[in-house]
Structures are given as structure tokens and as C-alpha cells.
Design a protein around this ligand. Sequence first.
Ligand SMILES: [Zn+2]
Ligand SMILES: [Zn+2]
Length: 379
Amino acid sequence: MTDSKSDNEQDSTNLINIQEFLEKWSQIEDFTKKALEKKESPLEQIAQDIDLPVQTVSDLSAVCSLETLLCGSEPEDKKLYYQVIPETDLKTLYYQSQDLQRRKESFFYKNSVLKSMKYNVNDTVHNPKLQNRATIPPEKQVPTPNVVLSINIHRPYNFKSTQPMVDQKILVRGDMFLTEFRDAIDCVNNLAVAGDFSENLAAAQVAPTCGETFKSGFLYIEGTFYNDFRHDDNRDYSKPIIEWMKNSNNCGTTHKTTAMESVRFRDLTVKLGEPYLYMHQGNCEHIISFTDVRMLIADDPQSIDDYPFVVRQVSRRRVLCRSCMMYTARWQVEESVFTPVEPCYLCDGCLTSLHYDEDGNKIGHFKAFKFADTSSVQC
Ligand SMILES: [Zn+2]
Ligand SMILES: [Zn+2]
């Protein structure tokens, strides 16, 4: 055990060859079989792990339960915990009660409180459903032994970013192709529609999105550009970069390029936590990083259809229409004399009522671009 622990510690900073990792752990007798065995109840599992009777663990669980923090007069419905204050002498609850009263009396105060709350939006977290492999058709079962990799995808880089924000966390299997992972990455820039549609707003509804038009992209991992060549007209984005690197003194000459669709995750060598790159749409850059590499266990999804598995999707706030401040903005308007800011984001109704006459004719000069904000990306 000491040896394997030191190996793990070393792996956290060193390169990990996924195929070697898989072979090494597969050789350990019964490891794969035990990892995929259906477990007992969580309490029985803990009792087994710490070598105590189940009854003792059950008693400890009851003593340490969150229920022991209640004072007895809370409402049964947990959603009402923050609204119905129990009778106690606690000063914190007294002030909470005062604040709730103030929110009831003033709509503006309530709004300002809700807006300033740090956690007023929640990320979407998906927990894998426990599945019994025996109930899944053999052709749909995840091949074993297998490796599961956890990957963070960061928001597209913009020059205002102070730190790279994680947008998605995705689980992939070792036998999956890189293209399957690429297709699971959500980016708002794929929803953009190129062009000014002020002369014909309806045309924007049927125009292809940038994601449908520009399908090129690459993943850059440990000195190799993995380009997506699934479509004949896809470009090799890495070509000018490699040329530039060759002419630069500091970038080295060991960079390679290969087709993303021919490479599986088990063919990679990665470093945990190292920032790698996903680039698409010409200049939309996402940092990606591998946060975990481990063997497939019983708690993971057991059907191949569940992969890539999105574990976490960060919530997105919608952009409101600048005019009515009620509906979601659908248009980015530029060069208009009717708008107070440049660019101005408007909903369908406000755009047409401000910039078109009753016959639908454009009034004055302006440009209207179809706008999709980050809340439009579905998880
Ligand atoms: Zn992007
Ligand atoms: Zn509006």
C-alpha cells in the first residue's frame, strides 16, 4: 500500500500515461471486479471500511445527524426554514426575523438583498444514478476494465477575465474518442448567428449558427494539436501556430499535429491540473484541465450512452433587455440613435417598437445582430 500511495502522490504532479495507468491497476488481483461489485448500504460500507459493528456506526450517524441541530419548533417543510423563525433567544434569528419583515414591507429592499446575495444562482450538479450492470444490454455496457477521466472546461477567455472560471465538469471513459468529448462542450459562441439582420429580422431565425457553419477546432494537450477533421472543409487551425512556433526561439520544435477523431483518451499522456487548450470558431479559447484519472467503479454510470457525463454545469444569468428590463435580450443593436449605450441589448418587442414603423419598415440607420447569452446554453 505504501508503494501505491507514493505512486499516487507522484502522479499528481507528473505525466500520466492513461494506457499504462489502466494496465497497472488492471493487474492488481480482483481490483476491477471488486470496484464494480454492488455495494452494501452506505452505513454497512463505512462499518466495513473502519472495521466497526454496523450498529455502532448507525448510532454515531444518529448522534452526528444534522437533525440534532434543530430546536424542535421548526416547520416540517424544510423550504420554510428561512421564512418561519422558531421561538428562541438567539440574536441571529431575531435579526433574521427583522430582515424578513423589512423585505415583506419593501419590494425594492427585497430586490436589492436578493441581487446582492452571493449564491443567488446555483450550479446544476448531476449525480450518476446507481445502475446495476446486469440490467443494461451487453452492447450498451461500459467495457471493463476502464478508466474514468474528469475534465474541467473553463469559460472562453476574454481580456476582462481576472481568473479562468470553470463552466463545465465532464466525465469521459478511456475508450472514448476525443471528438465525443469535444461535442459535449457547450459554448455560447456556437449559438451566435453571423451578420446584420436589421433589414430582415425573420431571416435570423432560419440562418445557420456559427456552431453549424464553422466546425473546425483543436485540443492542445502535451505538445500535440488534436485537430477535428471529421468534415472535409474543416481547417487545420494548428498550422499557422506551429509555423509561428518554428520561427520563435522560445517555443521549441517538438509540437505535433494529429486527427482528433482517431485518438482515444487512453492514448493520451496528461498531467493533472495542467492547463491545456480547446480552441474553436477561429479564436474562442477555453482552458481545459484534467482533474482526476481513476478506474471505473460501481458508482459511475455503467451505460455507454451516459458518457460524456456532465457532472457540473455552472448556472448562467440571462442578459435582460435594456429597455423593458423584463424579457431576455435577443438582439445586439449597434449604431442606433435610439439606444443609450453601445452596443444595446434588446428583446424582440422592444427592438421592433423602437426601430420599425407599423408596417415593419426599418427606421433610420442601425445594425441588429442575433444575440444568444450564456443562459441560452442548455445543460
Ligand atoms: Zn467557445
Ligand atoms: Zn424589452
